[in-house]
Write a protein that binds this ligand. Structure first.
Ligand SMILES: *Cc1c(COP(=O)(O)O)cnc(C)c1O
Length: 362
């Protein structure tokens, strides 16, 4: 059996006819940027997340950058981030002329350790930007209450958590504002780059809407030094075809994750923490293994492709050389040992059984 890590061709195949029809409509309309399709998608995604505002942008990195930029913190202000996130979380902070301050995650959930946040707060702190990494929501009650105590804003990097819930609310509606990515491999994926920002703050939403379009709310009037970061009509229409199936797809992911959690039994493999209270979007199923390369090669030799999210910790990257000497042992341990098993909507029960069987034999 040969099992790819993810085939976008396969995951999108079920929607192909509807997507082609929707794209054809856009082509015929003659309106390709900032039109009805985008407004309609923004309305639908806001409703889905349970928030007042959704602003479509060009990608997930821009979503976070614009969210921070629109917050109008003084340049050089500090924003707390999880040390083990995808680099885009840190880059958004840096791109907004702010300073990211990395905080260690919990080893079992891979999510920011809220008990360590207070120690990193200084007089320059303005916000906490958490990442719902791999599809699991952070402990938002604790995080929001720390933020309240120190008068900080809270933001979510929800790029991996479309549809995930914390208590009775969805990711994107758990803070002052959230950035989503619709990169093709995400739980809700476009066919090109796309992203969105969600918030319940009217004034913030208005600034972000201007910032994504050169800082303009009225044609040729520029109130802010903005960006060109717009979600195209074609991507918006594709996302609208797929959004109604997001919950069904997440349910499929949850069922696969449940099988892995119950049926994988191997002392060498550390399974991800089970989330019994919250609804995990299971963007990725990430296990930890001591000899990662060896494990990946073994799976590959048996036809199973895996990925590593992510092999090098942000503080070990050249782009963040100033963090080189930070002591972040949990982050390092995570980056050195994580492996992502295939988890996507096209896996058959037989393929899942095969993966479990091979993993158990390792
Ligand atoms: C994908 C991703 C992003 C960035 O999204 P793009 O659309 O690629 O810019 C940001 N944060 C996390 C956690 C991601 O997984």
């Amino acid at each position: 059996m040969t099992i790819p890590f993810l085939s976008l061709k396969a995951t999108n195949q079920v929607y192909e006819e509807q997507i082609i029809k929707a794209i054809t409509e856009v082509v015929a309309s003659g309106w390709y940027i900032l039109g009805n399709k985008l407004s309609q998608f923004e309305e639908e995604f806001a409703k889905y997340c349970g928030v007042k505002h959704c602003i479509g942008v060009a990608n997930g990195l821009d979503a976070l950058t614009i969210l921070l930029k629109a917050s109008e913190f003084p340049a050089g202000s500090e924003v707390i981030v999880p040390a083990n996130s995808y680099i885009a979380t840190m880059l958004a902070v840096s791109n907004a002329n702010l300073t990211p301050i990395p905080v260690e995650p919990f080893l079992d959930t891979y999510l920011i350790d809220y008990q360590l946040i207070e120690k990193s707060i200084t007089s320059k702190s303005k916000a906490i930007l958490v990442t719902h990494l791999y599809g699991k929501c952070c402990e938002m009650d604790e995080i929001n209450s720390i933020a309240k105590k120190y008068n900080l804003k809270v933001f979510e990097d929800a790029a991996q958590a479309h549809g995930a819930t914390y208590k009775d609310k969805r990711a994107g509606n758990l803070s002052d504002g959230a950035g989503f990515s619709f990169y093709p491999s995400k739980n809700l994926g476009a066919m090109g780059d796309a992203g969105a920002i969600t918030t319940n703050d009217d004034a913030l939403a208005e600034r972000m809407r201007a910032l994504r379009n050169y800082g303009s709310s009225e044609k040729y009037v520029f109130d802010y030094q903005g960006y060109n970061s717009r979600l195209s009509e074609i991507q918006a229409t594709i996302l609208m075809v797929k959004l109604p199936y997001l919950d069904t797809e997440n349910k499929i992911r949850q069922n696969i994750a449940q099988r892995y959690l119950v049926e994988i039994k191997n002392n060498k493999i550390i399974l991800p923490a089970e989330n019994t209270v919250y609804n995990d979007a299971w963007h990725l199923f990430v296990v930890r293994v001591e000899e990662r390369d060896n494990f990946r090669k073994y799976l590959f030799d048996n036809g199973i492709s895996t990925e590593v999210h992510y092999p090098i910790a942000p503080h070990k990257q050249l782009s963040y050389q100033n963090w080189r000497n930070l002591q972040l042992p949990i982050t390092e341990q995570i980056h050195e040992t994580v492996v992502s098993l295939p988890l996507n909507t096209t896996l058959t029960p037989e393929e899942i059984s095969y993966i479990i069987q091979i993993v158990n034999k390792y």
